[in-house]
Design a binder for this molecule. Structure first.
Ligand code: MG
Length: 414
């Protein structure tokens, strides 16, 4: 029989540690690169195939914020999302309300998760589910403590070092056999205990053995402004890239072309990657014909001259220069106009060396220089059927296209 797994996402907290900046919005509804934190948390579970139901417990004052968060989740998993229930005065009460709301849902196992941990991975969820499948009744994902810990003596006011052997930092989702965790919460409620800060603490109090599962250092909880800054940095480049793109409606396209001749040598540099070859490319800089063509394509899209105008070959400063700085400069010029590079496409024309084996490394390299997702960089290659200078193996040519998105600017129309 397949066991039905539900998830309770605890989102009823008020986030008082954030309130020092005057904005009292709870941390789970803070903007995390275009989406509320909790919408990312919900998506992590809604997209997991082993999970049947996802239930959020929210504060009654937050219904409008929660509705906005739900509007931002991926529609694919939305049918698993149950009607949110209201929390209580403590985290423990909120979890109990969630557990009670699942009573008639034919639930066998439940995961209980903090809304402010948006980076829970499917791997961590799997680690917890595996332990439950082995028959454990309470599972805690955790990471070993690596930092040296100090305790300030209450009486002595002196610092002492805490032995960290066997110490673990607790995370969520904590996983439970549903009847067991419901019983634990009911017992705690009847005993008047409301001070448990997590659910495995109730299991310990209940006398249920808690088993450890491997957590993930990236599955951190957003409790402070610096955590939120860390979370923003961690959002994938693709996500960051897509955010706000729709407002840049002035779409422009530029082209670039470059040629460098071969001379004696043992390697060429193409797209920032060194490729072993029986010749090298001749040039004032590192002669990276690919990056030069792309640089000109970008400059073309914003109508800002060409690579030779900004970095004259006559200037000794650029002798032997690594061409990534030319490209980065063109990208900066786009950013200075409030715009963003949208896509690059380059074609390399040569008989040798073979480009195919280096294509992915080149895409990664170019994407890295331009701070673009790799999916927005295309590298293609062709021979010229032994015709012309490339056909005679005298050099390499590169053609590039760049799409740039800029904000509409009235001054441009005068
Ligand atoms: Mg050149």
């Amino acid at each position: 029989m397949k066991l039905r797994v539900a998830v309770i996402v605890v989102a009823a907290g008020r986030g008082t540690r954030f309130s020092s900046d005057g904005d009292r919005q709870p941390k789970q509804y803070r903007d995390l690169v275009g989406r509320p934190v909790v919408s990312r948390t919900l998506d992590a579970f809604l997209s997991h195939p082993g999970i049947a139901d996802v239930l959020a417990v929210i504060h009654p004052d937050d219904t409008a914020l929660y509705d906005q968060a739900v509007a931002a989740i991926d529609p694919v998993g939305r049918n698993k999302l149950r009607q949110a229930v209201f929390g209580g005065n403590t985290r423990q009460e909120s979890v109990r309300n969630g557990l009670l709301a699942l009573k008639n849902g034919n639930i066998h196992q439940v995961l209980i998760h903090d809304a402010a941990r948006p980076f829970v991975s499917h791997a961590v969820i799997d680690n917890v589910l595996e332990k439950l499948a082995e028959g454990q009744c309470a599972v805690l994902p955790a990471v070993p403590v690596f930092d040296t810990l100090k305790r300030l003596g209450e009486v002595t006011h002196r610092l002492e070092t805490v032995d960290r052997t066997g110490l673990w930092a607790a995370q969520t989702p904590q996983g439970f056999d549903y009847p067991t965790v419901l019983e634990g919460h009911e017992k705690a409620y009847q005993a008047g205990r409301t001070d448990f800060t997590d659910d495995t603490a109730i299991a310990e109090w209940q006398g249920v053995a808690v088993s450890l599962a491997e957590g993930d250092p990236d599955n951190f909880k957003i409790t402070s402004r610096s955590d939120l800054d860390r979370a923003k940095k961690r959002i994938s480049m693709t996500d960051r890239y897509n955010s706000g793109l729709a407002e840049l409606g002035d779409v422009r396209m530029g082209t670039g072309y470059d040629v460098h001749a071969f001379e004696d040598g043992d390697a060429v540099i193409l797209g920032g990657i060194q490729i072993a070859h029986d010749k090298r490319l001749k040039g004032h800089s590192d002669a990276d014909v690919v990056l030069h063509a792309i640089t000109d394509a970008i400059l073309g899209a914003i109508g800002d001259g060409d690579i030779g105008a900004h970095f004259p070959p006559s200037d000794p400063a650029w002798k032997g220069a690594s061409s990534d700085r030319f490209l980065a400069d063109a990208v900066r010029r786009v950013a200075d106009r409030g715009g963003r590079l949208a896509h690059l496409d380059v074609t390399i024309v040569c008989e040798a060396p073979k480009i195919g084996p280096h294509r992915e490394a080149m895409r990664q390299s170019i994407a890295g220089i331009c701070e673009l997702p790799v999916s927005r960089v295309s590298v293609k290659a062709t021979t010229s059927e032994r015709l012309g200078f490339t056909g005679r193996r005298e050099g390499i040519a590169a053609l590039a296209g760049a799409t740039v998105r800029l904000p509409f600017n009235d001054e441009d129309c005068t």
